[in-house]
Design a protein around this ligand. Sequence first.
Ligand SMILES: [Zn+2]
Length: 355
Amino acid sequence: MDSNNSDFDLIKRLTETPGIPGHEENIRVLIHNEVKEFCDEIIVDKLGNLICVKKGSKDKPKILLCAHMDTIGFMIKYIDSDGFLRIQPVGGIDPRITIGQPILIFHEENIVNGVIASKPIHLLEKKEREKVKKIDELHVDIGAKSKEDALEIISLGDFGVFNYSCKKLSHSVITSGGLDDRAGCMVLIKTLKELKDVETPNELYFIFSVQEEIGARGAITSAFNIDPDIGIVVEVAHGIDVPGLKKDKHGDISLGKGPAIDMGPNVNPKLFKYIIKKAENGNISFQLRVHGRATPTDLRHIQITHTGVSTALISVPLRYMHTTIEVMDLKDINRTVKLLIDVLSKLKKDINLKL
Ligand SMILES: [Zn+2]
């Protein structure tokens, strides 16, 4: 298997494994199995964060790297007498992309197929054609004949995900749901593997965090526990290189041009400069992004842990975020891995991050 195929195999397994906020057990097991031989210690904390420790030649600085392993999904909130279900989103689900989608519902050890129903276009009133239905106006059809029949195979509170699959597009471009932030998870997994025989001058904590999509809850507890000197979050950044989006409004981030590196109050400017220098010295293409406030990522909480953490945000460009057809270039994942390795393998205690 060449590296392109093994990269595709890994991202496909990562994106097609469920893990909505509060139900990250399946994806945690997958990532645990991928990384266990590459770290010195693995901890699963009370919230379910997976914390992989790689000890260095020194125990300082403590560097926390974080990617969230939860993805958006929903829960079954009601079953009507005819056996149709109603759902509640867990995380930011866009109602426009919900209608007509196949879904998977996880009930104990079983997986139940369902569809989010759509009224046939022929039967729509004129007003209905112009309006997007809210998620709580939609119903899920699992083929059940009654509430009792439905309760044979599912329960109230079961969680579900859209039934998408990861596919190759042209070149090294892929499409899937869940790339936010399984792409970041893949970056951390590959970085851990590549650092296997590298002695780093620092102690590394790779956090695969839970519940980011409902308020960065896993990052809050894991960063508090570790109390790091430096925190780097690996996320996804909106690709603006598509029709209908304006670069002058949203920033100039494209697929295939390397990771986006953030500037702004959520980022330590000296750490930012250090990372940019590593990218330039390593001939790693990168893009700049400006965030004038706390970023909508785990980073906004990690930065203000205890007495404060020096933080940075590195993001893989991604089109169509929070849909079932997110699009990403695998080359950008590998450039982000290379950048992290260059940053981590030399980052010493005497780095001056004082403001
Ligand atoms: Zn994310």
